[in-house]
Unconditional design. Structure first.
Length: 301
């Protein structure tokens, strides 16, 4: 839907801005044999991997898939098992597609920029690509080529050779970046086409279904907020003797030291029976203890 497109566009823009700032403040090629490749690939791959993991972690569907232990297909049959596998594959593809927006944007922008690629592979450029190759050993040539990303380290007589190598590597990097963008765009387009072809819904029915799912999630979140607030309010009222926000509080309850200790500390989700859990220490106390003890009247005047 439109929300997905807008969200993906925002993620891409933020990734581009972050990449530019990241490059400006942190990237500095070591210009040393054996270190350039590791440094360049680290700046290319590690942020992309982190963005991919973050993309998975921030998607609610990921946690629904991970935490969905119980199947809602009823009795396990071959057809139900096949349907469940198809559903899992579809959800995984959807999650992966969303998660790939930021890392693919990072890789495309960094390749089009070219600095990381130039740093990573400069020492591996064959000598026949440029005319000013000095008559030196292969190891010495690699050492000289490794300094090319750092113009201040290149001798004046090799300036032209350096410019040719940098232009060649920037060309390769930018072509790779645009090819990556083209492959991603074509893949996304074909994926949408295939999904539309195999969808059991018509176009308008699919739009209605998308709208329903969106509205259902919004209403469910609102109901969850209100329900949990009302449920928690009952336990708070039992502990303190009044409902938060009440204008005319007649009396308050003074919790005992033992009760303060019972609701303090680290809270772990604790199973009560086959169907219920204690959500917190206050929840556990409210379900188990009677609210006896000292009450103090409040003078309304």
């Amino acid at each position: 839907g439109k929300e997905v497109i807008i969200a993906n566009a925002i993620i891409a823009i933020l990734t581009i801005g972050g990449q530019q700032l990241f490059s400006f403040f942190t990237f500095s090629c070591p210009c040393h044999v054996g270190q350039n490749l590791i440094y360049g690939l680290a700046f290319l791959g590690v942020p992309a991997l982190i963005l991919l993991i973050v993309g998975y972690a921030l998607n609610n569907q990921t946690w629904r898939l991970v935490m969905g232990k119980r199947s809602h297909f009823g009795k396990v049959t071959p057809s139900n098992r096949l349907l469940k596998c198809k559903l899992v594959c579809f959800v995984l593809c959807s999650i992966t597609g969303r998660a790939l927006v930021a890392p693919v944007t990072w890789l495309a922008v960094t390749l089009i920029n070219g600095s990381y690629y130039i740093c990573a592979v400069s020492e591996y450029v064959p000598g026949y690509y440029y005319g000013a190759a000095p008559n030196v050993t292969a190891s010495e040539r690699s050492r000289i080529l490794a300094t090319f990303p750092c113009s201040q380290l290149v001798p004046p007589e090799l300036t032209r050779a350096r410019d040719e190598v940098i232009l060649l590597l920037r060309y390769q990097s930018q072509v790779a970046g645009w090819l990556l963008i083209a492959v991603v765009v074509i893949t996304v387009f074909l994926s949408y086409c295939l999904a539309s072809c195999f969808s059991p819904l018509s176009f308008l029915h699919f739009r209605y279904w998308s709208s329903y799912v969106h509205n259902e999630q919004e209403l469910f979140d609102e109901a969850t907020e209100q329900h949990s607030r009302l449920y928690a309010m009952q336990h708070v009222k039992k502990f303190f003797g009044f409902v938060p926000g009440s204008e005319n509080v007649k009396e308050i309850r003074i919790p005992s030291l033992r009760e303060w200790q019972a609701i303090s500390g680290l809270a772990f989700l604790k199973r009560v029976d086959e169907e219920h859990y204690d959500y917190s220490l206050l929840h556990d106390w409210a379900l188990k203890e009677r609210a006896n003890g000292k009450y103090l009247r409040i003078d309304a005047d």
